[in-house]
Structure formats: C-alpha cells, structure tokens
Write a protein that binds this ligand. Structure first.
Ligand code: MOS
Length: 744
C-alpha cells in the first residue's frame, strides 16, 4: 500500500481549534456532577518544622462547610499500598499530602476545606487557625555545594553522563586557549494557562470518573489505584483537553490526592482547583550551578571539554535531568569529562520543564563556545563548523540523521549573519547597541511503545483513539492527518479521541515523543484497517482489484485504487457494504527498535540566531529578531510545527531575560508566586520570530520518520540571546535571567 501525502507535511489548522475558541472544550476543572462539593487547599505558612495544632472550629461553623481534612483525620485507606511509581518519578519517596505533622517545604498543602461552593471553601480556609513549631529552612543551593552528591542511577530514567574519554584535565592544562567559567540558571516555574485541577466524580459503589489536569491519564489512574487501593476498572480518567503543561502535568499532583481522598470519604463528587499562587507550590526547573572548561588550539579546535553541574532537589526525591550529557555529543572533541551532582534543599521536588536539562546545560556550553570564539577571534558560526561532530562521540554511535550543518547555513542566510561585525559594541543605531548572537540546540528524538486503534464505518467515517494527551501541541491534528492519508479520506471524516483510560494505552505526552510514538501506532492501526478493506474489495463479485496485491494499491478520495491503473478501483464504503461489514477495526502497537537504539543516536538539532537591541542608558534588552532553523526529520504539519518552535523560542526569551522564581532563604519561600511578579514574556516582549525547517530524511528514529518538536524550540534560545547581549554591550553575562541590573 502506498500512502498519499495529501495532508501530512502541509499546514493544517487545529482540528480542536473551534472547540477551544468557542468554549466547547471542557478542561479538568470545568466538568461538573450532581451534588458537586468544592475543596480549597490550605498551604503551609512555614517552610520547615511541625504543625502543632490546627483549629478548624470557626471554619466548620460556617454553614455550607462540609469537612476539613488534615493530617489528623485524613482517610485511613490512603497510603496502604504506596509503591506506585509514575512514569517519570525520580528515585526517592514521593510526597504524601496530609501524611503527618511534618512540614518539608514552603507552601506544602496542610489541609483541604470542603464546602458546598468554591467561595465557601475558600472562606472556610481563611478561618483555619494553624500553629507551627518552626525550624530554619535550608534553601540556598550555593551554601549546599559542598554537600553535593552523585545521584543514584537506579530508576531515574535519566542517562547518567557518559564515561570520560581521553584525558580532559591533561589536555586542558596544555591547551593554548582556555575558557573556564561558572554559569547559573534561576528556578523557573511552568505557569501553563490552565491551573492544576481535579474533578472527581463519585459514580457510586466506590467507582470514580476523574477529570485531572495531566499529560497522561494512565499516570493518574495508576497513582489513584495504588494509593487508594482501587481497581483500574473502578477508576476511569478522562481529560480531553489540557490547557498547557510544559511538563508540570507529567506527574500527578497533590490536588488529585486531596480530591480523591475527599470524594471517597464523603462518597460525593469533589473538585479541587489550585490558585495561581499555588501553582508555585510543586515542580519547577531547578536552579543549577555549572562550570564549563574548554581547551582549544589557536584556531578554536576543541582539545578538551569539561562540564560539571550541581542542581537542587528536594530532601525526599533525587530529581535528575541530563544537563551535561549534551556536551559529550554536540562537538568533536577527543578529551571530555562530564559530571552531574545534586544538592538537597528544603523545596518541593523539581520536575521536568520543557527540554529539562538541555535548556540548562546548552545555555552554559553555548555561552562558553561564544567565549571561545571571542578568545580565538574565530567567528562563532565558523567555530561551530570547525568543531562539527559527525557522530555521537559521547556514546560512540552514529546519528540516525543530522542536518545541523544545513541549520547553520540556512539559518545564517535567512538571518544575515554575514552582516555581523566581529567586535562587540561595533553595531549601533541611535541610543541602541545592536548585537548578533547564535547558539546550537539539541534534544533527544525519542520513541516509546504506543498503542492506538482505528475504526472505519460504512458511512465512510474513521475514528482514531489512544490514551495520550494533546496539551496544546497539535496531537489531535497530526493524528487526524496521518489517519486521513493512510485511509485516503478527508480530514473531516476522521475523529480522533485522546486522554481517556478506556482507550488503547499510549505513553504520557512528554519528551517530544508523542508524534513519533502515537503517530506510528495510528499509522499501523490504519494500515491494518486498510488491509481489511482491501480484502473485502478483492472478494467482491467481478472486483476490479481481484488479482491485485495490497502492496500495489493506494487509498485516496475514499477509494482503493491500483497504483499502476487508478481506473481500477473500489470505494471503501462499497467494499464494506459488499462484505457486510458493520465496521472494520484494528488496535496496533508501535514499538521502538531496540537494535536501532543500540547502534544509533537520534537527536533533533537547531541553530538559533538572535538580534538584540540594548538601550545603552537604561539597559533594556529587546529581542528584535530570532531565526530558529530546525532539523527534526519529517514535519507532519507545518503550522502546528511552527507553533511549537515559536512557543519554545518565546519560553527561551523568557528564560533569557525574565523568568525567575525568587527564593527568600530566611523564609525558604518563593516570594514572587504570581504572574504579576514572576515575569513571562508578553506580546510587547516578542518581535520577529522566523522558523525554518531544513530537509532531513530519517528512516531510523521512528517508523514514520518523525523526530519530535515539542522541546527543541526552547533549547539554545537563551544562549543565543546572552551571546547577542555580549556582542551588543561587551558585557559577558553568565547568569540567567539577564535582568537590567546585571547589564548596567
Ligand atoms: Mo515535557 S518537560 O516532557 O512535558
């Protein structure tokens, strides 16, 4: 069977767009149920210590307040079987809300007030009198550097840094040019538009239907069954729409536990929605301190590279990400040594945030490379071409494909990189200093095992289903495109259903692997349905396809046609009618190839070019232009793909100039826990962003040639901006975000 490419590869608007803009799309906190009760979370006022008393009398005296849950009366069924590890849980002991009187981080949930309305619950929460025995918190990563430790490799799911190659210390010592610097990156919070929420519908008889803000419904189901001792058949999780996640919805969060505990206890439906402030009381991108040492010859050819990172984690889990590994594979270098450590502080456990680890590590590496360019007088683009890696030297593997050279070349041409004058402070317009900077981006192209089903009915309609999520990325749309092409029907005839534990199991939506994984599963399922339809067509009396072979037909315009003679054809619906089929259906599972993974390394790459304008007197930085040139294998949908890169670049600009969760180390609390004081880019901060996809053919990374796009857009963006700021001002800044005070 030959697949047409009518839809795949072109620009298509989101199939879920109309539902979203008309308000028809329902999010986790918008589902309702008869007799729905509302829970409001009370957050700890201290960071570390014990709760000595909770006086709920005044709250309970309010008519309409139903119950106040605390560690003293939490339902006893909880935690009986707390061995569940979600798909991304790091080693350690996951946080248990209301487990005891201990407070281990600022903003920790210590009570849930349940009432007949949200307002009553909130009012009740304000009346709670809590007393504490407070201890001094330890939240300063800098002060904990000496206590940093190599994290356990077991069950982290994160590749540890590869073994050293060559003799990095020796080669560094004898290198003619040396760069040795320290780089820092602040804590960042995800801040998706939709806050975390769980609506738990009590179906009677201990059965629950849960609408949870999550990037993978199976994760929620597994957590709830394990923690509350329920059977999967009794817990259905449905969350068709997710209002952004960026990784904050990968792990089940405490509002889920609280809502389920309350629903089971009250035998009643309960909804718990977190406030924007409370969105700063769980996962985040950790603060990280890095040192990068580069040794090179006078022409900028790398002889030695050392990269070490120390990242913060909680006292109860060893959260890890790949921060330094990228430095082992991005450039050709014979002597490399990488190290990664954690230090425990009194915060919640960090969590994956868009391109976790890569955003952090590539910032340090790519600024260091810019410093090397300046030290050797080699143009930053030329420097990267001189050190181009033809294979993954970190793991000693061939790449499945790598069109990074094309990213550099096409990106530079589009940007006008050749107009850059080498000297810092040499380009200006009026009061504005102009700077050009560039950085490389890299992210792993992963594929996970995924199942999906396809169902064709005699009315010519197709239904596609799997349990993965569309967190705003375009998954509904690309799966619809793949199905439409595979079965030769218009996109309008395809309905895609996601995010329901009753559907074939797919991995959570993360890691940029959804398109490769669930896209491949959908194609397999459609292929299987196509084959069934073809068999029916061949069996028809006097079939024009009687002697045809499945390999030699195409599916287009609702017809099965012989590729060599399209006039020999059968309509899909005719074949089904003739065969008396009520529906043709198939569920298939796509798996990554272990052999390919052993032999090859699969990565997406990008080259990011930034032009900044810096007001010399005020220190205000404006990112006037970004060109992001991306190599990510086959592009399924030019429109949603471009949107992914745009969003990533905007987040990168945020990381570069604005985003910073500020810990007060005396209180141990994040002080700017709202969107007024935690700054994310707004329209006025964003100017020209030009996205281009270079040709990259990849037949190994995934069966459908896709590498994934959710994360590559952010990687390198902050370094490109930082390097442009250096070029504009002559000031080298090694700490993110680059705020005005650091520039002046
Ligand atoms: Mo992503 S940080 O895997 O949602």
């Amino acid at each position: 069977m030959a697949t047409t490419n009518l839809h795949v590869g072109s620009a298509r608007s989101r199939v879920d767009g109309p539902a979203k803009v008309t308000g028809a799309a329902k999010y986790a906190g918008e589902f309702t149920a008869p007799d729905l009760a509302h829970g409001y979370v009370v957050s700890s006022a201290i960071t570390k210590g014990r709760i000595t008393a909770i006086d709920a009398e005044a709250a309970l005296a309010v008519p309409g307040v139903i119950k106040v849950f605390t560690h003293e009366n939490r339902p006893r069924t909880a935690w009986l079987d707390y061995n569940y590890r979600d798909q991304v849980a790091p080693p350690g002991s996951p946080f248990r809300p209301l487990h005891s009187d201990a407070v281990v981080y600022g903003g920790q949930p210590i009570a849930l007030v349940v009432a007949e309305s949200f307002e009553l619950a909130r009012h009740g929460a304000s009346l709670l009198k809590v007393t504490y025995a407070e201890e001094a918190p330890n939240t300063d990563l800098e002060k904990n550097r000496d206590a940093a430790y190599v994290p356990p490799k077991k069950r982290s799911g994160i590749k540890p840094p590869p073994d050293p190659r060559g003799d990095a210390e020796g080669a560094l010592g004898s290198a003619p040019i040396r760069i040795e610097q320290e780089y820092k990156q602040a804590i960042e919070h995800h801040n998706p538009m939709e806050p975390h929420a769980s609506t738990v519908v009590w179906e009677g008889d201990g059965k629950l239907t849960i609408h949870d803000k999550i990037q993978g419904v199976n994760n929620t189901q597994g957590y709830v069954c394990s923690v509350f001792g329920l059977k999967p058949d009794d817990v259905r999780v449905i969350t068709p729409y997710v209002g952004g996640g960026f990784g904050s919805g990968l792990r089940p969060q405490y509002q889920l536990f609280l809502a389920v505990a309350a629903a089971l206890d009250l035998k009643r439906s309960v909804r718990v929605v977190l406030t924007r402030d409370q969105m700063f009381t769980f996962g985040y991108r950790p603060e990280t301190i890095q040192t990068v040492s580069l040794g090179a010859d006078a022409d900028g050819r790398l002889q030695a590279l050392m990269h070490d990172a120390i990242a913060g984690t909680s006292t109860f889990e060893d959260y890890q990400e790949a921060v330094v590994n990228w430095s082992g594979l991005l450039y050709h270098c014979p002597n490399v040594k990488l190290g990664y450590k954690l230090a425990k502080i009194d915060t919640y456990t960090p969590s994956d945030m868009r391109a976790p680890g890569a955003v952090t590590g590539i910032f340090a590496l790519e600024v260091a490379m810019d410093e090397l360019a300046a030290a050797t007088g080699v143009d930053p683009l030329e420097l990267r071409l001189r050190n181009y890696a033809e294979r993954d030297e970190g793991e000693n593997k061939e790449f499945t494909s790598k069109a990074l050279r094309a990213c550099y070349e096409e990106g530079a041409a589009r940007f006008g990189w050749s107009r850059r004058s080498a000297e810092p402070r040499s380009m200006r317009e009026g009061r504005e200093l102009i700077g050009y900077g560039l950085a490389t981006g890299v992210w792993e192209a992963m594929m996970m095992k995924s199942s999906a089903s396809a169902r064709l009915t005699p009315d010519g309609r197709v239904e596609i289903a799997c349990s993965t999520a569309d967190l705003g990325t375009g998954t509904y749309t690309i799966l619809t495109q793949i199905a439409a092409d595979a079965l030769g029907v218009p996109m309008e005839s395809v309905t895609t259903r996601l995010s329901d534990t009753a559907l074939p199991e797919a991995p959570l939506a993360g890691g940029s692997w959804t398109a490769a994984s669930s896209g491949s599963a959908v194609e397999l399922a459609c292929r299987s349905v196509a084959e069934q339809a073809f068999r029916l067509a061949r069996q028809m009396d006097g079939s024009p396809l009687a002697n045809a072979d499945f390999a030699h037909v195409t599916f287009a315009d609702g017809e099965i046609r012989l590729a060599s003679d399209p006039s020999r054809k059968v309509a899909l619906v005719e074949a089904m009618r003739a065969g008396g089929a009520e529906a043709l259906e198939a569920t298939e599972t796509a798996k990554p190839s272990l052999l390919t993974n052993l032999r090859y390394a699969a990565y997406t790459h990008s080259a990011v070019f930034a032009e900044v304008r810096v007001d010399e007197d005020l220190g205000v930085v404006r990112v006037a232009r970004i060109v992001s040139a991306v190599a990510a294998g086959k592009i399924l949908n030019l429109k949603t793909a471009r949107s992914q890169i745009l969003g990533g670049v905007v987040m990168g600009i945020g990381a570069a100039l604005e985003e910073e969760s500020m810990l007060d180390h005396t209180l141990g609390r994040i002080m700017n826990h709202n969107l007024g004081e935690y700054h994310v880019p707004v329209n006025a901060d964003i100017h020209d962003i030009d996205v281009l996809f270079v040709d990259e053919h990849d037949d190994k990374a995934s069966p459908i040639g896709v590498k994934g796009l959710g994360e590559i857009g952010i990687v390198g963006a902050a370094a490109a901006v930082a390097n442009a700021v250096y070029h504009a001002t002559g000031k080298r800044l090694r700490e993110l975000p680059i705020t005005i005070d650091k520039i002046l």
